[in-house]
Design a protein. Structure first.
Length: 131
């Protein structure tokens, strides 16, 4: 279990952060909130990632910044470590005036998928259905 959760994210992703923050997962599980909080958090992460993609495609830096800000917060609180770190990097780049490229958006999609897979396989957490 730990070897998969601590495994490096997909090769196309930047960095070598583990997919999940196990300390955060343990805290959420200890509170008995794993299945209550994480499905909605995953759905919200997916929604903000879609908003980011739309803003990026439309060239709307402010919309992309807002979506990334939300994604950074949700992924950090939800224990999605690799996604959090990549989103935080993209957010800092945007704040420093560096444009976001399509590879960054693809990385975020892959990391969200890896997070969902790890949560499903090892904790039985499924993302909530889209609203």
């Amino acid at each position: 279990l730990a070897s998969v959760l601590l495994a490096e994210p997909p090769a196309a992703a930047v960095g070598c952060a583990p997919v999940l923050n196990l300390r955060r997962m343990d805290d959420i599980q200890r509170l008995g909130l794993l299945h209550e909080l994480l499905p909605g958090a995953l759905a919200d992460m997916r929604r903000h990632l879609q908003a980011l993609e739309q803003a990026h495609e439309a060239g709307q830096a402010e919309g992309a910044t807002q979506a990334l800000h939300a994604l950074v917060g949700l992924s950090g609180e939800g224990g999605a470590q690799a996604l959090h770190e990549r989103a935080r990097q993209c957010y800092a780049d945007l704040l420093n005036g560096q444009p976001m490229d399509g590879q960054a958006v693809a990385d975020l999609h892959r990391l969200l998928a890896a997070t969902q897979e790890a949560l499903w396989r090892h904790y039985g957490v499924h993302p909530a259905a889209p609203a």
